[in-house]
Design a binder for this molecule. Structure first.
Ligand code: DC
Length: 234
């Protein structure tokens, strides 16, 4: 058994998922985007009226929680798994700014995190997994063989996210995107349950001035080194 678990954590819009997808493809591993899971629960909360401009009806969401089904289904054309919420493909609907604006409030709820972490742990039982998120190296897989912590300046991250949203046709200003990035950084790293923090044994990749190819090569070299080490130890 030479396969390992690769945990990739970091701030929003640091390119975690792009890198995680590339790594999973190169290693023939499964890729899991845990942000998509928190986004899907948030979409459910918005659509069911549990969260919105009028506030957050947390109790109503908690009551519905056990009936919410989240599943990843592999799409061979895209080369990665898409998120299904109660049987519906929500891959596009979970990436809107509206979901981004509410997701931090939903993901601080301990019962939501418990449900997500339990599902995520099951996905790692056979190893051969690249998982990205905020608490993967600290809470979900503290025993992961390789932990990467990704960071970049808020301005650079907001610029990337702004471009993505414009490409998707959302009407938005750069300032709104920057505010959202900064607000999420604050909430993600100050919440009581599983705050975003670097695991002590994580390798930091600051990609403020690195291109995708450079970061990918760095991460792949780290992964190959760990896989070799794991083989020797096996
Ligand atoms: O990676 P992302 O931006 O799609 O994640 C969306 C939100 O979900 C993010 O603001 C924080 C939350 N999240 C979390 O709390 N824990 C994770 N493991 C992944 C995401």
């Amino acid at each position: 058994m030479n396969k390992i678990i690769i945990a990739i954590d970091g701030y929003s819009s640091t390119g975690k998922s792009t890198m995680a997808k590339q790594l999973a493809k190169a290693l023939d591993y499964v890729y899991v985007d845990t942000g998509a899971m928190y986004r899907a629960i948030t979409l459910f909360a918005i659509e069911s009226g549990c969260i919105g401009p009028a506030g957050f009806k947390k109790q109503a969401l908690l009551e519905a929680l056990s009936g919410i089904e989240l599943k990843f289904k592999y799409n061979p054309t895209l080369g990665f798994s898409e998120m299904f919420l109660n049987g519906r493909n929500v891959e596009k609907d979970i990436r809107t700014l509206e979901v981004s604006q509410y997701v931090s409030q939903v993901s601080v709820v301990p019962e939501v995190r418990e449900k997500m972490v339990a599902l995520q742990k099951v996905m790692g039982e056979n190893k051969g997994l690249v998982m990205d998120g905020r608490d993967i190296g600290t809470v979900v897989f503290p025993q992961a063989e390789l932990k990467i912590f990704m960071t970049a300046s808020p301005d650079i991250r907001a610029t990337r996210r702004y471009k993505e949203l414009l490409d998707r046709g959302e009407e938005i200003s750069f300032e709104e995107v920057l505010e959202n990035v900064q607000a999420r950084d604050y909430i993600d790293s100050h919440r009581k349950v599983s705050p975003l923090k670097q695991a002590e044994d994580a390798v930091v990749i600051d990609n403020s001035s690195m291109n995708q190819k450079e970061q990918f090569e760095r991460a792949l070299a780290l992964a190959e080194h760990k896989i070799q080490k794991n083989k020797k130890g096996a």
